[in-house]
Design a protein around this ligand. Structure first.
Ligand SMILES: [Zn+2]
Length: 505
């Protein structure tokens, strides 16, 4: 059975606290959604502002394959603005629960029903596809809800969507609730919120109950705890209901599954909503293995500890070096870092890493690299070297750093300010290397090794460039030097990896 995907990343998703998308960003996300096969894209809410209408118009003018939808309330003015934006469909949202009627609208069920019927007729008269969403359906009197749907279908509503606006269903209730609408003879959409972390589970159950479409957002972004994450629902439908023996699918979608990971990355980048590392399907750790037994199993047959392969969704597998690492995991990481080694060399590197682990030391990629280079006898010339750094700091001055770097034969001099001296130093450094490599700092961790003010300072950073993530460290008596050196070690490591794997560029 084909399940249709209604994406609301640009509407419900944009209601994520702190997220506001420019026209360009909306257009880029919409293009991607169209490219990966989303059936309906809710591009926004035309009534909101002229800027929002500009964005929606930019999207409707692209001639996308996806149906372009705008949100509307039961007001003619809302629908008129949708028409102005030339959308294919409206998602008319009608609050239906007593709670919303009494406190939000101060209206009766009768009023709401009449308004809904009127606005559906109006929209149909103007050639729009109509999806009728009943807000807070899961706290609405079911008889009234059915009456509302029937009356609006009679005047032309093409699809209906009972919404679990505050996310109070559980999977069994979702199955039973969405089953209630099977006899209405129009497609039913599920719209589940994630207040109890059940949006995806409830959406899957709604589909089992008979919904043939679902609303969701990329990465599950949205108000409060968010919406159903499209990537999780799609992979759930694709994998969890397939026949184990024949691999025959019970549910299919039009989504190009191998584009899921890069779509998630794009949305995360453009919305600035950071993904938790353990996020299902698309998180950094979704296919990462540290423990020796797991890493060993996975490299022999990935099915041992992975339900699906990362390649399926366009993601990649990572082996993390820690003291639990096995020889195989270590070899994979060495390969990833572009360091070729034979079995004997791997054993030798392995012993040294275990040694460090037993001493309570975290093994970063720069440590691994340093050990490997010793064993493999390669000398890596650091591309960028710190020559000079000067910091001015105090209680009545903006912390300022100037920095001189040697990059092969040339010199780079830069200066910047910061919140504190470390921040100023890293800002100046980043300015200096900006033309060479684009770096994102994921983590910055400082430890004073012995505890006194004269202690050695251990700084560990995690840096990212494109899809490559490396960790690096430096240990020095001075916190600023340690920070800059750790950062530079990581940067040089990333440059080295890029050089050895030109396909990553
Ligand atoms: Zn919603």
């Amino acid at each position: 059975m084909k399940i249709e995907v209604f994406d609301t990343t640009l509407r419900d998703g944009e209601q994520t606290p702190g997220v506001s998308l420019t026209k360009n960003k909306k257009l880029r996300i919409a293009s991607k959604l169209d490219e990966i096969g989303v059936n309906s894209i809710e591009a926004g809410s035309a009534i909101t502002s002229s800027g929002e209408r500009e964005s929606i118009k930019a999207i409707t003018s692209q001639g996308f394959k996806s149906e372009i939808v705008s949100f509307a309330r039961t007001l003619k003015q809302d629908v008129d603005y949708c028409l102005e934006c030339d959308v294919d469909a409206v998602n008319i949202v009608v609050p239906t629960s007593d709670l919303h009627l009494k406190y939000k609208l101060k209206k009766t069920q009768e009023d709401i029903l009449n308004q809904a019927v009127e606005i559906v007729s109006y929209s149909k008269d103007h050639g729009l596809n109509v999806e009728l969403s009943a807000e807070d359906s899961t706290r609405t009197d079911i008889n009234f809800l059915k009456k509302l749907f029937k009356s609006t279908i009679e005047v032309g509503a093409d699809r209906i969507c009972p919404c679990d606006t505050v996310g109070i269903l559980n999977p069994l209730k979702a199955f039973r609730f969405y089953k209630e609408f099977n006899d209405l003879n129009v497609p039913v959409s599920a719209h589940c919120h994630n207040d109890f972390g059940l949006a995806v589970a409830n959406t899957l159950s709604a589909i089992e109950g008979g919904a043939s479409r679902f609303h969701g957002t990329i990465n599950g972004i949205g108000e409060r705890a968010g919406n159903a994450a499209i990537e999780e629902v799609v992979l759930g439908l694709d994998t969890l209901y397939a026949n184990n023996k024949t691999n025959e699918k019970k549910y299919t979608t039009d989504i190009k599954i191998n584009q899921i990971y890069n779509t998630s990355k794009l949305v995360s980048r453009l919305t600035d909503v950071y993904l938790q590392p353990n996020k299902a399907i698309v998180g950094d750790n979704a296919f990462a293995h540290e423990s020796g037994i797991h890493a060993d199993g996975v490299s022999k047959n990935s099915a041992t500890y992975e339900p699906i392969t990362p390649e399926l969704v366009g993601h990649r597998r990572r082996f993390i070096i820690g003291k639990h690492v096995g020889r195989r995991g270590l070899k994979e990481r060495l390969n990833e870092l572009g360091l070729e080694s034979d079995d004997k060399q791997v054993c030798e590197i392995f012993d040294k890493i275990k040694d460090l682990g037993d001493k309570g030391k975290t093994v970063t990629d720069t440590d691994l690299e340093a050990i490997a280079e010793q064993v493999l006898e390669i000398d890596n010339e650091n591309k960028i070297k710190l020559d000079e750094i000067t910091i001015v700091s105090g209680n009545k001055i903006r912390p300022t750093a100037s920095i001189k770097l040697n990059v092969e034969d040339s010199e780079i001099i830069e200066a910047d300010v910061g919140i504190g001296p470390v921040d100023a130093a890293i800002n100046a450094l980043n300015k200096g290397i900006n033309d060479i490599i684009d770096i994102e700092l994921l983590e910055f961790h400082v430890d004073a090794i012995t505890g006194g003010t004269d202690a050695l300072i251990d700084v560990i950073v995690r840096l990212k460039q494109g899809d490559q993530i490396v960790s690096a460290r430096s240990t020095e008596p001075d916190i600023i030097n340690a920070s800059v050196e750790a950062y530079l070690n990581g940067v040089n490591r990333l440059i080295e990896i890029r050089k050895k794997n030109p396909q990553l560029n």
